[in-house]
Design a protein. Sequence first.
Length: 156
Amino acid sequence: MEKATFGAGCFWGVEAAFRQVKGVTSTAVGYMGGTLKDPTYQDVCTDETGHAEVVQVEFDPSQVSYDDLLQVFWANHDPTTMNRQGPDVGTQYRSAIFYHTPEQKTAAEASKGALASSGKFRRPIVTEIVPATDFWRAEEYHQQYLEKRGLAHCRI
């Protein structure tokens, strides 16, 4: 198994999208990229900890490639809005790829470059590609939030 970590705005809908991918063996929502150890949702919502809301994906590379996961990431948010997704505003909602290996970094950069040159977006892609840091699992009520409410197939 391998890990991939993505920040694409509110983690609820992004997690639901990744959970539908064949080869994804587990997901967890949480926080990455900040300075506070073991932050809570309330801490992260202050927009002062530096964390992004993220989905950490465990996947079987014999069933799904990292490039396929990147496609799910790009398809489930607007990578051209700085620190914002829909009505959610703040650095915790930034678009970010947290890579775990040099190969993931290379793939993420190539994927971002291809998307940028595709003409799909009029504005520049602002997604950051940075090394994975400590992953802090979010509170249990955030895990599989949309599935618990029967909304896992809805995009929010």
